[in-house]
Ligand binder design. Structure first.
Ligand SMILES: NC(=O)c1ccc[n+]([C@@H]2O[C@H](COP(=O)([O-])OP(=O)(O)OC[C@H]3O[C@@H](n4cnc5c(N)ncnc54)[C@H](OP(=O)(O)O)[C@@H]3O)[C@@H](O)[C@H]2O)c1
Length: 178
């Protein structure tokens, strides 16, 4: 069981542009059965956590197509409508992670983002891996993939059509060595 941040990013480390848009990402070519594709990843996941802005974005895109089979914790102070499989929370990430671990039943945990929320899990020592699909562009600004300083080790990488895919193991926060 691993806790994984699975996301796509620009080359300069942004997961959404400054208008909170993903149009730069969704138009691109990717093999849905290829390296680090979503289908294979999703099959191994048993619970998920997401920040309010990302959740709102998914609702705007998918609406009633929301995957209620995946127990999901939404970190928010907003009053979202109740939805099957969704728990709204303001609890500490450690408390939520324990509940997600139980719900996942041995499967992986997916941190959907955004970066600030994933950083809270990382600071608590609860982030094991980061999987990134790098799209071939820079955005120059937007929502950061991760705002924290975290040391990682590259475990796997390769190409999936337009994307450079990389899987990293989190080693932990490191201080500068000078
Ligand atoms: N490229 C990709 O694959 C990818 C992946 C994920 C997301 N995205 C996009 O990237 C953008 C991410 O936006 P974002 O970084 O602003 O973040 P976000 O993490 O989705 O949402 C941030 C919000 O989550 C709530 N929150 C965070 N931590 C909390 C806590 N401990 N307790 C309670 N509430 C908490 C707060 O909302 P409130 O207090 O207002 O409720 C906060 O303003 C979105 O546009 C999303 O669509 C892209």
């Amino acid at each position: 069981m691993r806790t994984i941040y699975y996301t796509a990013s620009s080359l300069d480390g942004f997961i959404a542009d400054s208008d909170n848009s993903l149009s730069w990402l969704l138009s691109r070519d990717i093999d849905q059965d290829g390296l680090m594709s979503f289908g294979g990843f999703r099959a191994a996941v048993g619970a998920a956590a997401v920040g309010a802005t990302t959740y709102q974005w998914v609702l705007d895109q998918e609406g009633d197509a929301w995957d209620s089979t995946l127990p999901t914790w939404v970190f928010t102070h907003r009053a979202f409508a109740p939805r099957d499989g969704v728990t709204l929370t303001t609890d500490d990430v450690r408390v939520v992670h324990a509940a997600m671990t139980e719900a996942a039943g041995g499967k992986d945990i997916w941190l959907m983002g955004g970066g600030g929320l994933v950083g809270q899990f990382a600071e608590a020592g609860l982030l094991d891996e980061v999987w990134v699909q790098y799209a071939p562009l820079t955005l120059g600004g937007g929502a950061p993939m991760l705002p924290n300083r975290i040391e990682m080790r590259l475990e796997e990488h390769g190409q999936n059509r337009e994307f450079l895919c990389a899987r990293y193991r989190v080693l932990g926060p490191r201080l500068p060595t000078s």
